[in-house]
Design a protein around this ligand. Sequence first.
Ligand SMILES: Nc1ncnc2c1ncn2[C@@H]1O[C@H](COP(=O)(O)OP(=O)(O)O)[C@@H](O)[C@H]1O
Ligand SMILES: [Mg+2]
Length: 288
Amino acid sequence: MPAADDMAPSALADNSSTAARAATATTAAQIELRGVAKTFHVRGRTVEALAPIDLTVRQQEFVALVGPSGCGKSTALNLIAGLLQPTQGEVRYGGAPVTGSNLHVGYMTQKDTLLPWRTAAANIGVALELQRRAVPKAELRDRVAQMIDLVGLRGFEKHYPAELSGGMRKRVALARTLIYEPECLLMDEPFGALDAQLKLLMQDQLQQLVQQRRMTVVFVTHDLGEAIALADRVLVFSARPGRIRAARDIEIPRPRDVFRMRFTEGFGKLHEALWDELKDEVAKGTDV
Ligand SMILES: Nc1ncnc2c1ncn2[C@@H]1O[C@H](COP(=O)(O)OP(=O)(O)O)[C@@H](O)[C@H]1O
Ligand SMILES: [Mg+2]
């Protein structure tokens, strides 16, 4: 069995552009959580979602968060996106405190919220249409067409969400997030509902896109294999209140062959070590 670092580059990867990312993350901090905790008060009930956590995500780093359901993963993304304010501590982005909506990030939320009465193309363009300074029609059309190509949806522009497969709807949601060219992507279980084969295809495309656009990514998943396949670093969260129980650098060179890498010894060892941390937390189960 080949070692993890013998792995062939993905057949689909665009080597000319991925080579530019050979050294992945820089050392500068993009996202910083300093003693960040979040407690919710709902109808007399108090839910401690996130214990005080410290986390630094470097520019162009791909960090995956895994943990049992209800441990505060989505809450962490909402805090980075500035949609929630922490109960304690501080969230910083690019060195500055996040006090309102963080406009530097593209956020793909857990549910794909496509507008059913708009075609794929019209869904992708919606963010640019809603901008305060309207994008000229011709430019909008060009940018939407570019996105359609980027996520492999050519031929489906005029289809409505109900006429698209689950994977295609995810691609529309991804294109809609990418169209305003965010430097950072927050993704909340984006491929969770897809079948195993389609998931691998989407993972392969995502890693190519991230490399081409040199984006910083925080990716939430309940699939440990997916986390290892995609990330530079995997963080295992504890059961609620979420804290970072384990962190592991994934030093598998890029571009990675997401289809074959899980059969390598290096991958197996990482999976085993991280599963050891994760299984106790899943057993404690919070929202199961
Ligand atoms: N807006 C909210 N109001 C009240 N409780 C919330 C809110 N968002 C999340 N929670 C609670 O906080 C906990 C963590 O939620 P969440 O971050 O969605 O977990 P995860 O994404 O890891 O499954 C859960 O118990 C959830 O019910
Ligand atoms: Mg969640």
